[in-house]
Design a protein around this ligand. Structure first.
Ligand code: NI
Length: 221
């Protein structure tokens, strides 16, 4: 399952983030330094140094905003959102076809996310391309919007032509490892919420809620 989040950050938050990130004194380094061994040949971008004060200061707010999103909670069932990195790609930069590492220092990658920080009009190219079995899907979203997708997919970032692409990327370790189980739980949760909205706390709502909670316990860590 992949889904989009329309507005994770407000225009004011975005403005603040962008001005701090693009300040000439901000500590950017070559993205290749954090690439897995098999992704090194295709990773051509820059990342904000993760051990910098600026990174710590900015990453916490972004992770909090994402974790607070109701759709993230319902569809991803996150145990933790982790390994956030700010990435920028200028003219000629991008990130060729690759697969994200399954395990990182801070957790397992079940779902990946890209939060767009630049407006689409501010750069050409730079689409995130996801390779589904049914075909490719291209994402280039408004600033403040995000796409969350299974970390099991091959994906790439098309080379940027003009301008600069600024994003935050990171991963979600879910309470539910299997995508099919996660989807079943999301459907049950959606059904019980709609039932509750229609008729309040009915007998059927209680039964579905019971199944939902018990499956979560059964399948969870
Ligand atoms: Ni990736």
């Amino acid at each position: 399952m992949r889904f989009q989040l329309e507005r994770i950050l407000s225009p004011e938050q975005l403005q603040t983030l962008r001005s701090k990130l693009l300040d000439a004194a901000s500590p950017w380094q070559a993205g290749i330094e954090t690439a897995g061994w098999h992704a090194r040949a295709v990773k051509h971008n820059r990342q904000l140094a993760r051990d910098s004060d600026l990174h710590r200061q900015l990453a916490a707010g972004v992770l909090q905003a994402l974790a607070a999103d109701p759709l993230v909670q319902a569809a991803a069932l996150p145990l933790r959102l982790h390994s956030l990195r700010f990435s920028r790609s200028g003219s000629g930069e991008g990130y060729g076809r690759h697969l994200d590492d399954a395990y990182m220092a801070e957790g397992r990658s079940d779902l990946s996310f890209t939060l767009f920080l630049s407006e689409p009009a501010d750069y050409s190219g730079g689409e995130l391309v996801l390779e589904f079995p049914s075909g490719e899907e291209r994402h280039k979203l408004a600033a403040g919007a995000a796409v969350v997708y299974p970390s099991t997919l091959l994906h790439r970032v098309e080379p940027v032509g003009q301008g600069e692409r600024l994003v935050a990327v990171g991963w979600i370790e879910s309470r539910i490892r299997g995508a099919e189980q996660r989807e079943l739980l999301f459907e049950l949760d959606t059904a019980r919420r709609s039932l509750f909205a229609r008729e309040g706390k009915s007998e059927e709502f209680d039964l579905i809620s019971r199944s939902y909670s018990n499956l979560l316990r059964l399948w969870g860590p």
